[in-house]
Write a protein that binds this ligand. Structure first.
Ligand SMILES: Cc1cc2nc3c(=O)[nH]c(=O)nc-3n(C[C@H](O)[C@H](O)[C@H](O)COP(=O)(O)OP(=O)(O)OC[C@H]3O[C@@H](n4cnc5c(N)ncnc54)[C@H](O)[C@@H]3O)c2cc1C
Length: 347
């Protein structure tokens, strides 16, 4: 068994800590947050995410490898989440791409990109066009869009529940957490000079200047619309706004998310609020009487090519650049990282 040090208790840090401790390793985790439930930005962006698990739709901006890791992660979430003692809301009933008639051109262009990137790959599920009757049967609350496609096999999870459940489980497996303790220097087998058999650098934006990671602003709202029934995430192909709506328990819908090249974590702008909500309302009219419960802004950690990076060397693994796909990619990256670093993983 190995002594493992982890810098960062966000999404990756919690998942690594749990998997390693469950396999019998001695794990210590360091993070500047005040405690396991400290979720006010600038803490981990893992808390803020909408939890869409969308390997098909994310092909718009990502590569085929990201999609393949996404499918692997969906299978791993389905296997791992039931092992946690706290329940995490997880669904895998596909998602919907929607477009208004006037935006048919940009929708067709996006569809062409998705199909081209997955061309010739029998293992990549394809968007399936839906008739108006099929759309009404799947999501009766949706009104307005003339065009719809089902993205089969895509999923979603509740990020706040998952962050809490992972920390709880890891604690039960003996992980030692060091809160209010940022790590300044990560070297092979060392965190701020303290020795370990292996260390992980999963500090997101905190990994600067060792990695050229930047923050990409994302804004998102939680709306509660009593009585609204939505079974799966929706993505509206608006030429100006990429808007998604993600159902969560208790009649809550997350409406997100902007993508702005800025490291400003200040509250959501009026422009973003108007754009996101008017686009969302144009496909889900019942949102009009909803109540805005919460608004959140945080920064996605992105590398210059916007692709994830997994670097494994003797005594040191760095994972970063999960950008807009962290929940989609984390399990697959953790699995690859543990295999490459030779650390035994839990069954
Ligand atoms: C609005 C929004 C919506 C999103 N929606 C989705 C989505 O639907 N699906 C999806 O897959 N992804 C989504 N994401 C992206 C996802 O949240 C991120 O990719 C993911 O959380 C990155 O995980 P991480 O572990 O690398 O970083 P984080 O979760 O940010 O964790 C990094 C940790 O390192 C800690 N840290 C920082 N500095 C130090 C230091 N010096 N020493 C020790 N620790 C340190 C931080 O406190 C933090 O706890 C979204 C992001 C945003 C902003």
């Amino acid at each position: 068994m190995s002594r493992v040090g982890i810098a960062g208790a966000g999404l990756l840090g919690r998942l690594l800590a749990w998997r390693l401790a469950a396999a019998g390793h001695e794990v210590q985790v360091f993070d500047p947050a005040a405690g396991p439930d400290d979720r006010t930005p600038p803490q981990a962006v893992g808390w803020t995410a909408a939890g869409m698990l969308s390997p098909i739709a994310e092909l718009e901006t990502a590569d085929l490898r990201t999609a393949q890791r996404g499918w692997r992660s969906l299978d791993l979430w389905a296997r791992w989440l039931p092992q946690l003692s706290r329940q995490v809301h997880f669904r895998r009933e596909g998602s919907l791409l929607l477009a208004h008639r006037g935006d048919a051109g940009s929708a067709q262009r996006l569809l062409a990109v998705l199909l081209a990137k997955a061309a010739g790959r029998a293992d990549q599920p394809q968007p399936r066009p839906l008739s108006a009757a099929e759309l009404a049967a799947l999501e009766p609350a949706v009104h307005g869009p003339a065009l719809a496609w089902l993205l089969p096999g895509e999923g979603q999870l509740h990020c706040v529940q998952a962050m809490q459940a992972l920390a709880h489980e890891a604690t039960g497996q003996g992980v030692r957490w060091h809160w209010r303790m940022p790590v300044q220097q990560v070297d092979a087998g060392r965190l701020d000079g303290q020795a370990y058999d292996h260390v992980f650098d999963v500090r997101g934006l905190g990994a600067r200047p060792q990695l050229p990671v930047r923050g990409v602003r994302g804004e998102l709202l939680w709306v509660q619309a009593r009585g609204l029934v939505l079974h799966r995430p929706l993505r509206l192909l608006h030429p100006r706004w990429r808007v998604y709506l993600v159902p969560r328990p208790d009649d809550i819908v997350l409406v997100g998310a902007t993508e702005v090249e800025s490291e400003d974590r200040s509250p959501i702008s009026v422009r973003s609020l108007l754009g996101l909500l008017s686009a969302a309302h144009s496909v889900l009219p019942e949102l009009a009487e909803g109540r805005v419960l919460h608004m959140e802004t945080n920064l996605r950690p992105a590398l210059p090519d916007n692709l994830p990076q997994l670097q494994v060397a003797a005594g040191l693994t760095r994972i970063n650049g999960l950008f807009r796909h962290g929940w989609l990619l984390a399990p697959a990256l953790v699995e690859e990282a543990l295999a490459a670093s030779g650390l035994r993983e839990a069954a």
